[in-house]
Design a protein around this ligand. Sequence first.
Ligand SMILES: NC(=O)c1ccc[n+]([C@@H]2O[C@H](COP(=O)([O-])OP(=O)(O)OC[C@H]3O[C@@H](n4cnc5c(N)ncnc54)[C@H](OP(=O)(O)O)[C@@H]3O)[C@@H](O)[C@H]2O)c1
Length: 322
Amino acid sequence: MRYVEVGGVRVSAIGLGTWQFGSREWGYGDSYAGNEALAIARRALDLGINLIDTAEIYAFGRSERIVGQAIAGRRDEAFLATKVFPVLPLASIVMQRALASADRLGIETIDLYQVHWPNPVIPLASTMLGMARLLRTGVIRHVGVSNFGLKRWQDAERLLGGPVLSNQVQYNLVARGPESDVVPFAQRNGRIVIAYSPLAQGFLTAKYDGSKAPGGVRASNSLFLPENLARGAELLNGLRDVAKSHGATPAQVALAWLIRRPNVVAIPGASSVAQLEANAAAADLELSDEEDRQLREAAERFVPLSGLTAMPHLLRARLRTG
Ligand SMILES: NC(=O)c1ccc[n+]([C@@H]2O[C@H](COP(=O)([O-])OP(=O)(O)OC[C@H]3O[C@@H](n4cnc5c(N)ncnc54)[C@H](OP(=O)(O)O)[C@@H]3O)[C@@H](O)[C@H]2O)c1
């Protein structure tokens, strides 16, 4: 495993996302939540993955409980990141929520406590006051944000009076918005970008073109529309070609592409231990500058149907499967 050492922490370049753990929207079922999920998290630790990302909202606390169960007796091997769901993120509420998350995780101190989404109504100052108190009292080690634009991230730092270690944002070959400001900021200032949906929820694995689109939460992800899988052919074939020359898979190439960027770590979710193992191995896959460029350019030529244009196609796809 490769590690990123920034701001006094050492986190694995490939982490583990656990939204899938127990969440109905992924549709993996009870057997996954009760067995496979635990095995995935334990195997992650075996392979040197220390960054495990969860959130109080994932399966309404069940994901945190599963992670807690998996790391029991192995606390020191993990860097645990969880998130407060910002319905009413006032200082006192943020503090109560952190204690409840720590309790579900079965730990004293949360390594990274993140604000899951910005709240447009509650002043960020109040949220950050709660975070500052959590830091002072040792309930959390580091503060992070998620889905924050650069200005809001900087505001959070000013209001906290110290570094906000990380920003967890959607970042992958087909969602490259963070490259314009968030990633350069992290690189210049010793912060971390935690890339979520690094496989674009499975689109970049190149296993869904030509096969049945996945259901659950992905039924409303327009990337899986047949029209978009067809439009993505050049990129998906590009991933296949690079993968072939390395004896790797397209998913591994998509992850390796991301974590070539300094200060960027990726947190893929996994539906099986085998996937987790393949994702961990992507940390050792070295792409050349030329391969990086080819993939970037193929991604730039991919213009998927999205937003309102994709809506009627999504409805039609729903009706066909439903
Ligand atoms: N902060 C936020 O707002 C936010 C939002 C979304 C996600 N996240 C975090 O980011 C994590 C990852 O994002 P995500 O779950 O949305 O998407 P993702 O990691 O891009 O995709 C995960 C899915 O891809 C497939 N997959 C994974 N590894 C594979 C491999 N090696 N080969 C083939 N298929 C593979 C699996 O689905 P199948 O096998 O079923 O195809 C898996 O469930 C989440 O678990 C969560 O922790 C955070």
